[in-house]
Design a protein. Structure first.
Length: 274
């Protein structure tokens, strides 16, 4: 069989999987964004006094964000299909049997995927905030100045492509099992939805802990949508800390949203019971 007929055969084998690949990504977005929306925007919830910005996101923005997210999922599907195509040709370091490297390695690889993505996101995000790339790639995402759970995948196709490239990058760097990808990408969408949810759910004392304070909070990314020039990180504030891009008011704002509002709520409960 010559090379071209092998390519065509691979393509014909992959094409029927397209709807399933699309649906896995779409449902991951729709279920987690939908749940966060129901809990935080429709039902009465314990975080009502933890709204990060005083203004509310407009219902008209939700549909725009949802449609851009569907477009992003289409881009992710194309990238996944391309990676699977080259995987069939023997490229990339996928492995199928967990026993090959053991469960310890599988969980280490989840951590590695997230660490590489954290670094990749910080620098591509900073690149997208430079003049030539902002309009071209990132403007769509920043149309949501008051983000909502639906903002999670609201990207231009170019930005979605840039984010999707994390897949070929990690499977080029170290051996990756499908389960490790499933766990890390589920963590990614949960974190992403929370970061855009508009409410702070982390405990008030979170930033007082020497280790936990390096983990990104919802306030951190929300402030990125408000102020544009700070807080470029995804999962951690490590790169923002090292390169001096944490918003100077970040810790103060986080404490104001969590501690003061917690105090106000407990005062209110006390007054109500008296
Ligand atoms: Zn964002
Ligand atoms: Zn940005």
């Amino acid at each position: 069989m010559n090379q071209y007929s092998r390519w065509i055969e691979n393509l014909l084998e992959l094409i029927p999987h397209t709807p399933a690949i699309f649906m896995i990504d779409f449902l991951r977005y729709f279920v987690f964004a939908g749940l966060a929306f129901l809990i935080l925007y429709v039902w009465k919830h314990p975080f009502q006094n933890r709204k990060i910005q005083n203004k509310k996101a407009q219902p008209s923005q939700f549909l725009r964000e949802f449609l851009y997210s569907v477009s992003s999922v289409s881009v992710y599907t194309l990238v996944t299909l391309t990676v699977l195509f080259f995987r069939k040709l023997g490229y990339f370091k996928f492995y199928e049997d967990v026993r090959e490297y053991g469960w310890g390695y599988l969980f280490l690889s989840v951590f590695l995927i997230l660490a590489v993505q954290d670094f990749y996101f910080y620098w591509t995000h900073r690149l997208m905030h430079t003049k030539p790339f902002f309009r071209l790639l990132h403007k769509v995402h920043h149309e949501s100045v008051i983000p909502s759970p639906w903002t999670a995948y609201s990207f231009s196709p170019g930005e979605a492509l840039l984010h999707a490239l994390i897949l070929p990058i990690v499977v080029s760097l170290f051996p990756v099992h499908n389960l490790a990808l499933l766990i890390s990408m589920t963590f990614q969408i949960v974190r992403n939805v929370l970061g855009h949810s508009g409410y702070e759910i982390f405990p008030g004392r979170f930033l007082s802990n020497g280790i936990l304070k390096h983990i990104n909070t919802n306030t951190n990314h929300d402030m990125h949508h408000q102020f544009f020039r700070y807080n470029f990180g995804l999962y951690t504030t490590i790169w923002d800390g090292l390169f001096g891009t944490i918003h100077p008011e970040y810790e103060k704002t986080f404490r104001k949203i969590t501690e003061e509002k917690e105090k106000r709520l407990s005062d209110q409960i006390e007054n109500d019971t008296n």
